[in-house]
Design a protein around this ligand. Structure first.
Ligand code: MTE
Length: 337
């Protein structure tokens, strides 16, 4: 398979953007627009051929139509998930909503502007496969039915950066219940929209679009598995995966797939987007483990967005108590890739 050698989030740890540089992004972007810095800065940030260096994210977002679900937020915080844990403060909103991985809109971090093209209405969610009766639900009907709450979760990207964010949404288990899977269904496969005219990244034919991710039914019904529909007490911004995305905080961030249109219940293990691209580096399970390095960099520590010192990475990203039991008897599997 033809593979680009440097995909943005596959950077070795030494090449991940230093936070001081990122915090100074505005001046960096002015520099990018000015000329000769382009190549060196682009290499540092992993930016490829389509760096979007023009404009201010806030004004780009102000220009798009408002989210019709805005009246639902903020929602009440679940006290069981009230913070990111000791020494893990909530990430500054501007950072979490402007330093993104969303390959459909570009294989670099500056996709805010491009992602404003994402049309979030009409939007339907299909529940199909091995279920009692396939259903397609309008997103606003779904939001009305689901038990919305806020949860603060850590997110650990496989690139060795991390953030702590308050997601709004509902337990994935509630959606599984609505789908009524048959007992033959062992996995849930999640599919992102496919529209190369809207999301130009999908014209890059060497990627196996649409973005696919999967969980076992046991993982999907674990209390931690969450469908996020908002962030920081507001509807989900397009760049973070509006109108609904997965949040599975014990797994590397690439499992938390964005802008989902279909949940298919199946007896066959789904092959995910990154697994299909590079199975030697990215597997189905992708559980966070500081002791298992990525083939090309260490996973022992992480750099919180917003600067400051690196912090140690925790087994299952600190959620072992809730999820370690899911993997009893699976020790022969590549659980941490
Ligand atoms: N989902 C889709 N559809 N496309 C993507 O490129 N990137 C993943 C994940 N979900 C991605 C995706 C990766 S690598 C990470 S780290 C997180 O989204 C980043 O989420 P954020 O941009 O909200 O921080």
């Amino acid at each position: 398979m033809l593979l680009k050698r440097w995909k943005g989030w596959e950077l070795p740890e030494r090449a991940v953007t230093p936070e001081s540089l990122f915090r100074n992004r505005r001046s960096l972007l002015k520099g990018l627009a000015a000329g000769p810095m382009v190549l060196s800065a682009a290499a540092l940030t992993g930016c490829g051929d389509e760096a979007t260096a023009d404009g201010d994210p806030a004004s780009m977002i102000a220009a798009v139509p408002p989210d019709p679900s805005a009246h639902l937020y903020p929602v009440k915080r679940n006290p069981a998930y009230a913070d990111g844990g000791p020494d893990r403060p909530i990430t500054v909103e501007d950072l979490a909503t402007s330093y993104n991985n969303f390959y459909e809109f570009g294989s670099h971090k500056d996709i805010v502007r491009a992602a404003q093209d994402l049309k979030i209405r009409p939007w339907t969610v299909t529940l199909d496969g091995e279920v009692a009766k396939p259903k397609t639900i309008d997103i606003d009907d779904l939001l009305e039915q689901m038990p919305l709450e806020e949860r603060v979760y850590r997110l650990r990207c496989v690139e060795a950066w991390s953030m702590v964010v308050p997601w709004s949404g509902f337990p994935l288990a509630a959606l599984v219940k609505l789908a009524e899977p048959l007992s033959s269904a062992k996995y849930v496969r999640m599919e992102t929209f496919m529209d190369p005219e809207m999301a130009r990244g999908q014209k890059q034919h060497w990627y196996p679009w649409p973005y696919i991710e999967g969980l076992t039914i046991e993982e999907a019904t674990n209390d931690l598995a969450f469908i996020a529909t908002g962030i920081y007490g507001k509807p989900m911004p397009r760049q973070n995966g509006a109108p609904l995305r997965l949040a599975v905080p014990w797994k590397y961030g690439f499992k938390s797939t964005k802008s989902i249109v279909r949940f298919t219940f199946t007896s066959e293990r789904p092959v995910s987007f990154w697994e299909e691209l590079q199975a030697s580096e990215y597997g189905f399970w992708a559980n966070v483990n500081p002791d298992v390095p990525h083939p090309r960099w260490s996973q022992a520590s992480e750099r919180p967005l917003g600067g400051g010192a690196k912090v140690p990475t925790l087994l299952y990203n600190g959620y072992a108590e809730q999820v370690a039991g899911l993997y009893k008897g699976l020790e022969g599997e590549r659980l941490f890739m």
